[in-house]
Design a binder for this molecule. Structure first.
Ligand SMILES: Nc1ncnc2c1ncn2[C@@H]1O[C@H](COP(=O)(O)OP(=O)(O)OP(=O)(O)O)[C@@H](O)[C@H]1O
Length: 881
């Protein structure tokens, strides 16, 4: 049993040991498995971490890529926006203030979009924030007052700077600050670019703007275009300026009456199409299309209605110095006026093609709308009155008109007679000159420097009067009543329309003397009857007095129904017609209805003063002139005529017998160049006295007389004796010797008595068959005492025996002494030439009880010949050869 117990123990032990071993194995296996599991877990964890890290990395990379793409897209969008904005607001519309300058858009419209600030976008560059104005809409500014002021100033400056000077006009309504809000722009006011309305002026301003819009719709757009912008695009011309009204209210809701609100709404609706724009602050306005609302605020809190919710940073206001400088510059440019237009714009495509049978029609320039303004002279209106203060372009306008006419009508259709009473030679260009031999073929007469020779004006009027009569006679013969009919009945006749231009005509009418009286009578007759005979008067004056000179003659003035007023011209239009006051430079109001307001037409006159342009036209027409056409007569009051040029003198040929020798004395002041003459027939009174103290002029007259006589006789056919009793005349007498026959006798104080005794004796005892004897006595009054009786005998009886005395007395009273003193008869002196002798002193030698109208003036004389003259004539002594 023990064995079995032991056995059992052994067996138990063995079993236990086996169990233990198995347990240990199991433990080891479990431990191994555990360790493996731990290792595996660690690997899984590590793998999981690694995967997460990789995923995160990939996500970050992708996110980064997305961010980058987003930024690129945003930048592209912002760049495009910036580019568009810069293109929409170029130059003055968008430049920042530190680089800002006006950039007037030549003939193009200024930019409609104006920069007010920048959009705040996550973008490196700048994206301008723009507000549309000109031709597009209106701007309402709300919010912060100070910043709002800056916005308004900026908009105005940009709008002004982008357009040509004067094309944007501002009107300010600022009752709170009385214009203070626009103070920097004040220099624009004198030039008319900026005007203010007072505190109570809003209704009137709104009414006026509404009216302006209505007028543009009716007369400018006239149903053909929907807006001025469209009209400008279609025609290339912008007829009306932009009008910007700045309405700065006080911010009260009840600030506008019903009427004002209605007008404001109308303007907001319809103004932009007509170039009327409003910039409004502090007035209640309902939001609507075409109105950009700027909410002014600091920093990024500002907004623009056109930019939605995007934050905007508004620009600071323009520097005050930039505003004032620009305003001054614009004002100066406006005052200086627009650039001149060229004369060529008035010329037709084909020259000399028009007939003047019914009228003379030519453009004078362009209207503000761009259409040519045609001016007509015909039965109505027949005559023109032009007025303009000195320097406003009156002469230029006459040139332009003449150029336009001369290019359209040939010289057979149109003739000009020109007279300029101004100092200067503005019409001389139409006549051949020393430097330029050409002339305007239509010009028949040019009178310059005639301001002291009003007689020349009279001569022109008399000439036209004679022409009028001859046309009226022809009309009667052909049984017609006007030029058009006459030309139809008499196609071979020469009946050009005549245009007589008298510049500064008031000089002719000034003074209450015989010249003025006759001139007015002649003018009246010409004005009344000239209309149907194709004679047209164009009177120009710079001076109100010129127009007023006519005012006492309503019948005369009424004939001048074509009125042309240059800037600031007065009285030429109707009393209430102030159109000339606001004319820009180089413009004129043309009015074919005696100045009635409704007939006003504004014209921009081209520059015809430019010599080169003018001579181009003149030369062209001159080269085409008909060969038979002679050069115009140029009467220059400053020129001293020469005897050699006298047509009469040129006809003289020496002869053995001359029954009626002609004495030339000087040039008459006349339309045709003509010499004053006295004929020394064998008849009582054929003595010529030259009276006055002026040595040169007296010598010139006596010299002319002697030379003209000598030219008519063959040597020896007439006897000449010359006595010089004043040493001052010695040189003139010496110079004369070359022209007189060799056997001429010369005498002085020492032997004058011998000459006079011989002449007196022959005067009494000679025969009519004797050859003529001409005594030329210089300073006769200096002859020794006792010779007067001899002189009287010569004068009384000499002419019958062909002895003629041509003497110079140094005063009218001295001639009287020679003749025998007060009360003696003066009819032995049948002809005289007075120099510096007053009219009243000449009455003894003048028929009737009056005396001639004569105010002595240098190098002019008064000639009277009892045998042929009714009145005395003014002459110009011929100068030395
Ligand atoms: N339409 C124009 N375009 C360009 N320049 C012009 C024009 N009209 C006038 N001018 C210039 O202005 C100046 C004055 O013109 P103009 O001599 O015609 O004036 P006016 O009124 O006749 O003056 P005045 O009576 O003193 O002679 C001239 O230098 C002329 O060339």
């Amino acid at each position: 049993m023990p064995d079995s117990r032991a056995q059992q123990v052994v067996e138990v032990r063995a079993a236990l040991s086996h169990a233990l071993g198995a347990a240990e194995d199991a433990l080891e296996a479990a431990q191994n498995a555990y360790e493996q599991a731990v290792t595996r877990r660690a690997r899984v964890v590590a793998a999981a971490r690694e995967r997460r890290r990789r995923l995160a990395e990939q996500r970050d990379k992708r996110l980064h890529e997305i961010d980058e793409q987003h930024e690129r897209d945003l930048a592209a969008l912002a760049g495009a926006a910036a580019e568009t904005a810069l293109a929409a607001a170029p130059g003055a519309a968008g430049l920042p203030w530190d680089r800002w300058r006006p950039t007037p858009a030549g003939t193009q419209a200024p930019a409609p979009e104006l920069r007010v600030g920048r959009l705040l976008l996550p973008y490196d560059g700048e994206v301008p924030a723009l507000a549309p104005l000109l031709d597009h809409g209106h701007v309402v500014v709300e919010g912060d007052a100070r910043i709002g002021d800056d916005v308004v100033a900026g908009l105005l400056l940009r709008a002004l700077g982008g357009a040509q000077a004067g094309r944007v006009r501002l009107t300010g309504y600022d009752p709170e600050q009385l214009g203070g809000g626009l103070a920097g722009f004040a220099p624009l006011a004198p030039a008319g670019v900026l005007s203010f309305v007072g505190p109570g002026g809003l209704p009137a301003l709104l009414d006026e703007l509404v009216d302006h819009v209505r007028r543009i719709n009716e007369t400018v757009l006239a149903g053909e275009h929907s807006s001025l912008r469209e009209l400008a695009a279609a025609t290339g011309r912008r007829p009306e300026p932009w009008r910007v009204a700045i309405l700065l209210g006080a911010g009260r809701a009840d600030e506008l009456s019903r009427h004002e609100r209605g007008q404001l709404d109308r303007l907001l609706r319809t103004g932009a199409a007509c170039g009327v724009h409003l910039i409004i602050r502090g007035l209640p306005v309902r939001p609507a299309a075409g109105i950009e609302v700027v909410s002014a605020a600091e920093g990024d809190a500002a907004r623009l209605s056109g930019c939605g919710d995007l934050p905007v940073c508004l620009d600071a206001g323009p520097p005050a110095s930039v505003i004032t400088r620009t305003a001054r510059q614009i004002a100066d440019e406006v005052a200086a006026g627009p650039a001149p237009v060229a004369l060529d714009s008035l010329l037709p495509e084909h020259e000399w093609q028009q007939s003047s049978a019914r009228a003379l029609t030519a453009p004078l320039g362009d209207s503000p709308q761009g259409a040519p303004v045609l001016v007509t002279l015909s039965d109505y209106p027949p005559h023109a009155l032009i007025a303009g203060p000195s320097g406003t372009g009156k002469t230029n306008l006459i040139y332009a008109w003449m150029g336009a006419l001369a290019a359209r009508y040939s010289p057979a259709e149109l003739a000009f007679y020109l007279l300029d009473f101004k100092e200067g030679v503005s019409f001389a260009r139409f006549a051949p000159g020393r430097r330029d031999p050409s002339w305007l073929p239509h010009v028949r007469l040019v009178g310059v420097n005639v301001n002291t020779d009003r007689e020349f004006g009279l001569a022109l009027l008399r000439f036209l009067g004679a022409e009028l009569r001859s046309r009226a006679d022809a009309a009667k013969r052909h049984e017609v009543t006007n030029l058009a009919e006459l030309r139809a009945e008499d196609p071979a006749g020469s009946w050009p329309r005549i245009v007589a231009v008298v510049d500064e005509f008031q000089v002719l009418l000034s003074g209450r003397d015989a010249v003025a009286a006759e001139a007015v009578d002649l003018l009246e007759d010409l004005a009344r009857r000239g209309r149907s005979q194709g004679i047209h008067l164009v009177l120009a004056s710079q001076d109100v007095s010129g127009i007023e000179a006519l005012w006492g003659r309503p019948a005369l003035v009424a004939q001048f129904s074509l009125r042309i007023a240059l800037p600031r011209a007065r009285r030429v239009l109707a009393e209430t017609n102030q159109a000339a006051d606001s004319l820009p430079r180089y413009h004129a109001v043309v009015n074919a209805d005696s100045g009635a307001i409704e007939a006003n037409r504004v014209v921009r006159v081209p520059d015809a003063g430019n010599r080169e342009r003018w001579s181009e036209l003149q030369h062209r027409l001159w080269r085409h002139r008909p060969p038979e056409l002679s050069a115009p007569r140029l009467f220059d009051g400053d020129a001293i005529p020469r005897l050699e040029d006298s047509p009469e003198f040129r006809t003289f040929t020496p002869a053995d017998t001359v029954p009626a020798p002609v004495v030339l004395l000087g040039e008459t002041i006349d339309v045709a160049s003509r010499s004053a003459q006295t004929v020394l027939r064998r008849a009582p009174g054929r003595t010529i006295a030259v009276l006055g103290t002026r040595v040169d002029e007296a010598c010139a007259v006596l010299g002319t007389a002697a030379r003209s006589l000598a030219a008519q006789f063959t040597p020896g056919a007439a006897q000449f004796s010359v006595a010089c009793l004043d040493t001052d005349a010695g040189a003139a007498v010496d110079a004369l010797k070359a022209y007189l026959p060799a056997e001429t006798g010369y005498f002085d104080n020492d032997n004058i008595d011998v000459l006079l005794e011989g002449a007196a004796e022959r005067a009494e005892f000679g025969s009519a068959a004797d050859k003529p004897w001409f005594l030329l006595l210089y300073a006769v009054d200096a002859a020794p005492g006792g010779t007067s009786e001899l002189l009287r005998r010569i004068m009384r009886q000499g002419p019958e025996r062909r002895i003629h005395l041509i003497g110079w007395w140094r005063g009218a009273a001295l001639l009287r002494d020679t003749l025998g003193g007060q009360g003696t008869r003066t009819d032995t002196v049948g002809a005289w030439v007075a120099l510096d002798v007053h009219g009243s002193e000449l009455s003894p030698y003048y028929p009737g009880h009056g005396s001639p109208n004569w105010y002595p003036r240098p190098w002019r004389a008064l000639h009277f010949d009892r045998s042929v003259h009714r009145g005395a004539e003014v002459i110009i002594p011929y100068g030395p050869s």
